[in-house]
Design a protein around this ligand. Structure first.
Ligand SMILES: Cc1cc2nc3c(=O)[nH]c(=O)nc-3n(C[C@H](O)[C@H](O)[C@H](O)COP(=O)(O)OP(=O)(O)OC[C@H]3O[C@@H](n4cnc5c(N)ncnc54)[C@H](O)[C@@H]3O)c2cc1C
Length: 237
């Protein structure tokens, strides 16, 4: 964010944005935090699947996360944040403590899946666990397969087991940064059997997966894609 924008935000941000309290922080593993936020605003908002919450992670650097648990009665929203280690969002999640106050923007729409009730195949990485869990919890959309490419497979398997996610394959990210052929074939198999495809995570991986699906004749109307981060960008979205 430019110096001008930052100055402007420090003047108007406090008036324009909602404040929420951090109710609880759970260090679920070395690189994941479950962060429970509390506010009156969460009692009235109507959260839809895949919605996002943008958080001032400090110095008016906003970063985007997905509510995975929504408890309207008590005005609570839970986030699962991956600490990849290289940005203000990751740094904030490492240091955040219960009792902290945050400025937030949202929750609001991030993407919409097609109305079709076709089962889903979901492909992503550590950042897609929250949205996948929120889809699975709603139970209105069957999921045929979930594929997460991860840096630490054991850690991610533990997280998905703790969150009781079904039909998950956790595989290692390739060292060259490309999506693995095994992941592509796994998504293709489900796509050929009629599944709708949801791609989240790194922009470059989504592009690679889309290109391959297109070249294999899968109609793009059956693909929903939402980039959550990109190698050379900060604070995508
Ligand atoms: C709609 C939406 C929903 C999201 N939901 C979640 C969620 O529920 N949980 C979650 O953990 N994340 C989620 N993300 C992703 C998260 O917002 C990004 O990873 C964000 O970039 C983190 O901010 P940062 O300040 O840590 O890094 P930034 O300052 O944004 O990026 C710095 C550098 O770090 C690298 N980087 C960024 N993210 C990652 C990553 N995940 N893995 C490896 N390297 C990375 C990039 O190379 C980037 O150039 C979501 C993003 C969007 C758009």
């Amino acid at each position: 964010m430019s110096a001008l924008k930052r100055t402007l935000m420090s003047v108007i941000g406090d008036r324009l944005l909602d404040r929420v309290h951090v109710a609880e922080v759970n260090e679920v593993s070395e690189n994941f935090r479950f962060i429970d936020l509390e506010s009156e605003i969460f009692k009235s908002v109507s959260l839809q699947l895949g919605d996002k919450l943008q958080i001032n992670t400090g110095d008016w650097n906003f970063r985007t996360y997905t509510p995975v648990v929504v408890d309207r009665e008590n005005g609570r929203v839970g986030l699962l944040v991956f600490l990849h280690g290289r940005g203000p969002g990751s740094e904030w999640a490492k240091k955040v403590r219960s009792g902290d106050t945050l400025h937030v923007f949202g929750p609001r729409r991030s993407f919409r899946l097609s109305e079709s009730k076709a089962p889903l195949v979901i492909f992503g990485d550590e950042t897609g666990i929250a949205v996948t869990a929120s889809i699975q919890r709603r139970r209105d959309r069957p999921i045929t397969k979930i594929i997460f490419e991860a840096t630490d497979i054991t850690e991610v398997k533990t997280i998905v087991d703790d969150m009781r996610l079904d039909r998950v394959e956790v595989t290692a990210k390739a060292s060259d940064g490309n999506v693995t052929e095994a992941s592509i074939l796994s998504v293709l198999e489900c796509a050929r059997n009629g599944s709708h495809i949801l791609l989240t995570g790194r922009a470059e991986s989504i592009r690679q997966m889309r290109d391959r699906l297109r070249s294999e004749g899968i109609p793009m109307s059956r693909v929903t894609a939402k980039a959550y981060w990109a190698t050379s960008k900060q604070g995508l979205d």
